[in-house]
Structure formats: structure tokens, C-alpha cells
Design a protein around this ligand. Structure first.
Ligand code: ADP
Ligand code: ASP
Ligand code: MG
Length: 406
């Protein structure tokens, strides 16, 4: 008998018919003799709908109230599944984050899980109950409801699997595994049987939304193997795991894109010590993550500084930076949210030269202008005009021979 954690994403629970299919899969796992903990997302589109409501109610909704609101989508799906399972004769009980006690920090909208209390879940499992947990939500030290950032149910599932020392953590979604690039925009994408935590983490951070980056970080830290599988077929699947000796070290193993990018340029900034700290400290104090930063060469003691943030943070970031712009004596701000980031990823890049150059040549051949570049040992990212996203992904996927064998 094993302890199995199964997470189903929004498209897998988007209506009652789909939830009934989930119920059948859960029952099958239970009938095979396993203890089952199910983690669910909200119905597909529901979290977006709730966010739009909050944004209609106020320009910058109070973060505490916002999290209480957007977490409610998961309450609907977990209770419906539990009602259905009970109705089919399989005792089941739903838990919201605060009922489990998924403890998080106080960073509303992007809270981090601190620990998970497993007592109540274990007690139910002992009785033979199927436990159904709402993903994406937790509770802070002052009993406020928090949410874990978009896609956060993946992280709920891995955190539960780690805390319960589960044997398996299955992530069921609308594709049958992790591919060399998003199979929904590149028909030639190839499914990977296995991928290392490190590569998956880079892909997730660079925008491959099949897993939330934090879920991969946790899985690596607690050595939880993740299987990414399809809710709709029993075929395929990808194992996300530690690096093993026989794993191939591809120079480039994947291409990703991230449309959730906005570029802010501070023009004519005085080039003196302390200015960058003055600009970026207030952003980090408000939990705004700055991704890429470039500073141009200084001319007559002044420079331009460009950085990217998530589109959802752009309004707040602009407001914060506008105050600092005056204080540090910069000229003005320019905001461009019509951009996207495309990246190539591969652990083999460390030992190969010329990979970045090939990426730049490939984009240049298509007339795609590169606005910003950043590199790490296993990733090269370029910011381009948003309209070129799909083209850039497709030509890079071809240029690095990632497609299916002909
Ligand atoms: P869920 O609602 O099940 O959590 P998501 O929409 O969050 O599903 O994630 C699954 C989606 O991730 C797929 O439909 C696919 O479009 C996208 N995706 C992006 N990059 C990849 C990739 N490299 N491999 C597989 N899917 C990817
Ligand atoms: N429902 C949340 C979202 O849409 C969490 C998740 O789907 O993982 O982001
Ligand atoms: Mg998701």
C-alpha cells in the first residue's frame, strides 16, 4: 500500500463531467489499495474571473481581501469532488488550507509555505477516507488566508507530498507530460520521459507553466519525484527527478516563453554609487520581483537603466519608481508591456560555447530584434516584441534540433 498525492489542474475540473472523471481516477487508485490525498485547482478560468472582479472593485485591491476572494475557486471544486465521492460510496472529506493548516508567510498573492500540519489528514487516511485538499491557499500567523501565486496548486501538492512523505506525487494536467517546448504552440514539440529538477526549475522559471517553479524547488529540496501526466489519457508522462549518471546532457533541452513581462526604463539616471539600490530596494520591500536588469554605458555621468517585472506588478512598480525617479534626479520613466521573454535551457550549455550566438543568429534571420539579454550557466533569455513570441519559439526549437524525429 502506498500513499499517493494526486493534483488535478483547472482544465481537469472545469465542470461536473470532468470532476466525475477525476472521481473515477481517484477511486481506481483507492481500489488498488492506496491511501489517496487529492489536491485540486479551481475550475479553469475561475481564478481569472475572481481577479477581474477584484480589479473592478478597486484599482489596487487590498491584498488581504484579494487573497480571501481569489482562493474561493478551490473551495468549490474540493467540496464538489468530496460530495461526488461520498455519493458514490467512497468516504471523502475536503479540507481548505486553513483546515489542514498549510502555514505560510504573510506575502499575500505570492506566499511561501513554511510548514504543513499533517495530523488531521493522517487521522482521516487512517479511517480509510479519501482526503481532498484545496490547492493554492494557506494561512499566515495571524489567521489570514494567503495564496501561493498563479499555478500554486502544484506547490500545494508537492508540499503535502513532502510533509506526508508520500510515495508518489502525480500532477495531472491537460498535456501528457513535459515537452521540449509548449506543445500548444509548437506542434513539433517532443515529450521528455525524464527531466532533472534543475532543468525543470529553469524551464518553469522561464515561463513553462506546466509546473510552478516553487513546486520544483520544494520537490528538489525534499527529493519528491513528480510525475506529470494527462488527466485524459493513461499514455505518456514525464518523471521529474534527480540527475542520474545515464541521463543525457543535452546542450539545449528546451525552449520556453513568458508573456508575463513588462519592461520599465529609467531614462538619464545619474551614474553614481547607491542609485541602483535606491531604485530596487523599495521594489523588493513590496515583494516585487525584478527579473532582468541592464544598465547602458554611461555618457557624461548619466545612463539609462532598464528592467523587467511581471505585468501584474507593473502598475505598482511604476508608482514606486516614479517617486524615486524624482529623488535621484533621473529624467523620466518609460513602460512597455508589449514584450515577452524567450529562453533556451540545457545543462549541457556549461561546457559548450557558441550556444548564445546561435540563438541570436536564429532570431536575427527572422528579423526579430532583441531588446534585452540575460544568461546563466544553463539558460539564455532574450526579451523580444510580444508579437514574435510564437515565431521565436518555433525557430529556436528547430535551430537546436529539438523536434520529433521525422
Ligand atoms: P493546470 O491547469 O493543469 O495546472 P497549466 O495550464 O497550469 O495546467 O499548465 C499546463 C500547460 O502548460 C499546458 O497546457 C501547456 O500549454 C503549458 N506548457 C508550457 N510549456 C510547456 C512544456 N514545456 N511542456 C508541457 N506543457 C507546457
Ligand atoms: N487556481 C489557481 C490559478 O489559477 C492555482 C492553480 O491553478 O494552480 O492560478
Ligand atoms: Mg498550473
Amino acid at each position: 500500500m502506498a500513499l499517493v498525492v494526486q493534483k488535478y489542474g483547472g482544465t481537469s475540473v472545469e465542470n461536473l463531467d470532468k470532476i466525475a472523471r477525476v472521481a473515477k481516477k481517484v477511486i481506481r487508485t483507492k481500489e488498488e489499495g492506496n491511501d489517496v490525498v487529492v489536491v485540486l485547482s479551481a475550475m479553469s478560468g475561475e481564478t481569472d474571473r475572481l481577479i477581474q472582479l477584484a480589479l473592478k472593485a478597486a484599482d489596487e485591491p487590498d491584498p488581504r481581501e484579494y487573497d480571501s476572494l481569489v482562493s474561493t475557486g478551490e473551495q468549490v471544486t474540493v467540496t464538489l469532488l468530496a460530495i461526488m465521492l461520498n455519493g458514490m460510496g467512497y468516504p471523502a472529506k475536503s479540507f481548505l488550507g486553513f483546515q489542514v493548516r498549510v502555514r505560510t508567510d504573510q506575502a499575500f498573492k505570492k506566499a511561501r509555505i513554511l510548514d504543513v500540519d499533517t495530523e488531521a489528514i493522517r487521522a482521516e487516511l487512517k479511517k480509510g477516507t479519501i482526503v481532498v485538499v484545496a490547492g493554492f491557499q494557506g494561512i499566515d500567523s495571524e489567521n489570514n488566508i494567503t495564496t501561493l501565486g498563479r499555478g500554486g496548486s502544484d506547490t500545494s501538492a508537492v508540499a503535502l507530498a513532502a510533509a506526508l512523505k508520500a510515495d508518489v506525487c502525480d500532477i495531472y494536467t491537460d498535456v501528457d507530460g513535459v515537452y521540449t517546448t509548449d506543445p500548444n504552440i509548437c506542434s513539433n514539440a517532443r515529450r521528455l520521459d525524464r527531466i532533472t529538477y534543475d532543468e525543470m526549475l529553469e524551464m518553469a522559471r522561464a515561463g513553462a507553466k506546466v509546473l510552478q517553479p516553487r513546486s520544483v524547488e520544494l520537490a528538489k529540496k525534499f527529493n519528491v519525484p513528480i510525475y506529470v501526466k494527462s488527466s485524459f489519457t493513461d499514455e505518456g508522462g514525464t518523471l521529474v527527478t534527480r540527475e542520474e549518471k545515464d541521463m543525457e546532457k543535452e546542450v539545449v533541452s528546451g525552449v520556453t516563453y513568458d508573456r508575463d513581462q513588462a519592461k520599465i526604463t529609467v531614462i538619464h539616471v545619474p551614474d553614481r554609487p547607491g542609485v541602483a539600490a535606491r531604485l530596487f530596494t523599495p521594489l523588493s520591500e513590496r515583494n516585487i520581483v525584478v527579473d532582468m536588469i541592464i544598465q547602458n554605458a554611461s555618457i557624461l555621468g548619466h545612463t539609462d537603466l532598464t528592467f523587467t517585472v511581471s505585468r501584474k506588478d507593473v502598475r505598482e512598480a511604476t508608482r514606486i519608481i516614479s517617486d524615486v525617479v524624482r529623488d535621484v534626479g533621473a529624467e523620466k520613466l518609460e513602460v512597455d508591456d508589449n514584450v515577452a521573454k524567450v529562453s533556451i535551457i540545457g545543462v549541457g550549455m556549461i561546457s559548450h560555447s557558441g550556444v548564445a550566438a546561435r540563438m541570436f543568429e536564429t532570431l536575427a534571420r527572422e528579423g526579430i530584434n532583441i531588446m534585452m539579454i540575460s544568461t546563466s550557466e544553463i539558460k539564455v533569455s532574450c526579451v523580444v516584441e510580444a508579437k514574435y513570441t510564437e515565431l521565436a519559439v518555433t525557430v529556436l526549437h528547430n535551430a537546436f534540433d529539438l523536434g520529433k524525429e521525422a
